[in-house]
Design a protein around this ligand. Structure first.
Ligand code: B12
Length: 252
């Protein structure tokens, strides 16, 4: 194996030069800004297996709380060849191709009902996926002629979401959960999938969860068909929904 391919297989974070293993970390400690806090911050970094820990910045957050930015060096490289990478089971398709495929094969729009459920008042993530304006230059599902979008907004009880989805004859239910404090998202998401089961509706709808702490693996664990996390683009969701809805009707 050449020297270059070994370098590519065993990698360390890059700070000032290749292989130095330097990383930046930030965290808050329940201590006042001062020498004891600095030493505690360095100890936190040692416990993260960082060598030569340094406190680059400490900012008091008020009485007895301090925010730290630190630097340290990792020495154990990551062997990229041994990583198991979870890849999505759907292909990313350009918006025009999604439209063409759904319009031609299904012959009607895919009906999508979305909401941020329970006590969750965060709408920006859901709107980013559903609304015309979209996210990061990528238009949301409303911009596609092949989706009919019902955006119920935030703090929607699971029962209301299920009854609206039934009324709209939804092909897909899209749930946003941003607040995860006390694992409220797990209870809420589980409750929705159980509610759909109880109504005999679970198999008839594509159930999708999204939010910054949601992963595809977590969504599957909770009885969902797919999960989308931070930085999701509307095009990812449009591609997935088109393929999954058509696949269920043996059209893909
Ligand atoms: C704006 C904001 C608010 C606004 C929300 C306004 C609104 N209309 O949405 C207000 C001020 C109301 C608010 C309130 C609160 N907030 Co707030 N808020 C934020 C903030 C700053 C930005 C969130 C955001 O808009 N991100 C931008 C969007 C585009 O990103 P996103 O949500 O991740 O969405 C993307 C993906 O996750 C995914 N996605 C999201 N949803 C869905 C759904 C589907 C179906 C799919 C496919 C994909 C998908 O796609 C999106 C695009 O890529 C974050 C901190 C941060 N920087 O993230 C805190 C944050 C989310 N809030 C937090 C908290 C704690 C609260 C409060 C509890 C604070 C309080 N004590 O009152 C309240 C909760 C209110 C409630 N009942 O829900 C915490 C959550 C911590 C946690 N892990 O639980 C955060 C992380 C701040 C923090 N660091 O503590 N908040």
């Amino acid at each position: 194996m050449s020297k270059d391919s070994v370098r590519e297989r065993f990698i360390l974070p890059y700070g000032d030069h290749r292989g130095d293993g330097v990383v930046q970390v930030s965290f808050t400690l329940p201590l006042p800004d001062g020498p004891l806090g600095d030493e505690a911050a360095r100890q936190v970094m040692r416990q993260m297996a960082l060598n030569d820990p340094q406190v680059a910045e400490s900012t008091s957050l008020g009485e007895n709380y301090t925010f730290y930015v630190g630097y340290g060096k990792l020495s154990r490289p990551v062997e990229t060849g041994k990583l198991k990478v979870a890849r999505p089971l759907w292909d990313k398709i350009e918006p025009a191709a999604v439209e063409e495929m759904v319009n031609r094969r299904l012959g009607r729009p895919i009906v999508v009902v979305g909401a941020a459920t329970g006590s969750d008042a965060h709408t920006v993530g859901l709107d980013a996926i559903l609304n015309y304006k979209g996210f990061a230059g990528d238009h949301g599902l409303e911009a596609y002629s092949c989706f009919k979008v019902v955006n119920m907004g935030s703090q929607v009880p699971n029962e209301d979401l299920v009854s609206r989805a039934a009324r709209e004859k939804a092909d897909a239910i899209l749930v946003s959960q941003v607040v995860t404090q006390g694992n409220v998202h797990l209870a809420n998401l589980t409750n929705l999938s159980e509610l759909l089961e109880a109504e005999g509706w679970r198999d008839k709808v594509v159930l999708v969860a999204g939010g910054p702490r949601i992963t595809h693996a977590l969504a599957l664990e909770l009885g969902y068909d797919a999960g989308f996390g931070a930085q999701t683009r509307p095009q990812d969701v449009a591609s997935y929904l088109a393929q999954e809805v058509l696949r269920r009707k043996s059209l893909y």
